[in-house]
Design a protein around this ligand. Structure first.
Ligand code: 4AD
Length: 457
């Protein structure tokens, strides 16, 4: 259908006086005997276009004034009666699809909980339109950032035979019938599609390292899967994962990269989504824009794990989980550090080796590894990363100490045998990042169809 985007009409002043056709959905309508005002959106901009219908000029189908109806309107672009923008003086309005009165997305605001029960329709609200525009702009900015910095974009497999790091329970991938009977587990898997046990990848890192050891700087941006039973506001069973890997680099360069990437993407969102950010500021998180402007301007804090434990022990807080050197930081601890102590993003570094993965670079103290998590206010951890152990003997020892199946990691160990080099990388939980920049408090509200425990609508 020949038509132009509403965004063009709203932004391009040269269109004033032109005759155009727009298509879209009616969000609200004010209708009287003489005139009707239809607020129309086509998704091309957060703001809507007002279509003004002088009823003396043509007969308006009353179905065109129903919330949710889809229409095509032809008319002349004129300066808006109020404000700076433009509106359309309609010469004809055609109904494309009617929308009956039981349409659940009505003008009045409703709860996010209710909207989660209609994931196929909730995207039509202002909140979700703003979230998904920011999500799209942020994803594009991530690709731009890496492209401008000469990273290869690689696609790592989603089906894998190795549990990258025991990062979480793996979903199994199988074609075996539910009642297949075998003598042993080994015989069951041998008869399965891949001839061995397979699952959905929890991270593209191990394959990312393979690519980095050839190309120097790579990143992946795709889904990761975790079958952990965490029914929280920040866990998904299927989430989007940005994982860069850089060679000839140590932990400080990994942290520099993470900080530069976050700042680049936040800046892009602030610049490219002003209307959406005004909306979040007004209705979701007052102070959001200032928070994000500060992110771009200020240096992120850096804190050793050992110092973090000292701060937490001294804290005048009633933590649910006790704090001792050696414990993993819980969300309540992470949020205390980033929200109450530093009031900005914080890299926590050099964690005890027992609570981190086998591949992390072992520090000279014999107790810690060169790992880092980036914690941000309102959420806690959004990035987990590390320098990788590049020494083949130390890596092998760490794997043996964990009782891992060495044969399954032959390729990974080869990377240390043939031209090993210092390298490292991180994983950004993209959905958590979208929460952070929009102020949305539940990860279920920043993905199209959230997959969580007991939920696959
Ligand atoms: O800290 P994680 O487990 O690190 C890794 O997977 C490394 N292999 C990354 C790397 O070094 N290449 O996960 C990284 C990030 C977390 O900080 C979090 O933001 C996100 O992935 N994440 C989740 N997001 C939503 N739902 C879940 N269940 C998540 N699990 C991790």
């Amino acid at each position: 259908m020949k038509h132009i985007d509403i965004a063009n009409i709203l932004q391009d002043k040269t269109l004033l006086g032109s005759k155009v056709t727009v298509c879209g959905w009616v969000r609200t309508a004010r209708d009287s005997a003489a005139v009707a005002f239809l607020e129309v959106t086509d998704g091309s901009s957060f703001s809507r276009l007002q279509v003004v219908v002088d009823k003396s000029k043509f007969e308006l189908d009353p179905e065109c004034t129903k919330c949710g109806a889809s229409i095509a309107a032809t008319g002349v672009v004129v300066k808006a009666f109020k404000g700076e923008g433009a509106e359309l003086n309609a010469e004809s309005v055609t109904l494309l699809g009617k929308c009956p009165g039981d349409y659940p997305i009505q003008k009045k605001r409703t709860t996010l909980e209710f909207l989660r029960t209609i994931p196929h329709l909730r995207l039509r609200t202002n909140t979700f339109s703003a979230v998904f525009r920011v999500r799209s702009v942020a994803a594009q900015a991530i690709h731009r950032f890496f492209h401008e910095n000469r990273f290869y974009y690689v696609h790592t497999p989603l089906i894998t035979a190795s549990d990258c790091e025991g990062a979480g329970e793996m979903f199994r991938v199988t074609t075996q019938p539910w009642n297949a009977k075998y003598e042993s587990e080994a015989a069951y898997y041998k008869d399965d599609f891949f001839g061995q046990k397979a699952g959905l990848s929890v991270s593209g890192q191990l394959e990312g390292e393979v690519a980095a050891m050839a190309f120097g700087k790579i990143y992946t941006f795709g889904p990761s899967f975790r079958a952990e039973n965490s029914n929280t506001t920040r866990h998904l069973a299927e989430f989007w994962h940005v994982e860069p890997e850089i060679v000839f680099a140590e932990l400080p360069e990994v942290m520099e990269l993470a900080e530069a990437m976050i700042k680049y993407v936040v800046r892009a969102v602030l610049e490219e989504c002003p209307d959406e950010m005004d909306f979040f500021e007004k209705f979701v998180e007052p102070g959001l824009k200032e928070k994000l402007a500060n992110i771009v301007e200020s240096k992120f804090a850096v804190l050793e794990y050992t110092e973090a434990i000292e701060l937490l022990k001294k804290a005048d807080e009633n933590f649910q989980f006790p704090v001792e050197w050696g414990c993993d930081l819980q969300t309540e601890h992470e949020r205390y550090l980033t929200e109450k102590v530093f009031k900005k993003p914080v890299f926590v570094t050099n964690y005890p080796k027992e609570i981190k993965s086998f591949y992390m670079k072992q520090n000279a103290d014999g107790k810690t590894v060169a790992a880092t998590d980036l914690l941000v206010p309102g959420i806690g951890e959004i990035i987990g990363g590390s320098e990788r152990e590049a020494d083949p003997d130390k890596l092998l020892a760490a794997m043996q100490a964990r009782g891992m199946d060495i044969a399954a990691y032959r390729q990974y160990l080869d990377l240390r045998k043939f031209g090993t080099a210092p390298h490292g990388g991180f994983g950004l939980g993209f959905d958590r990042f979208v929460m952070y920049v929009t102020g949305m408090e539940n990860i279920r509200d920043v993905v199209l169809f959230p997959r969580t425990v007991n939920n696959i609508m």
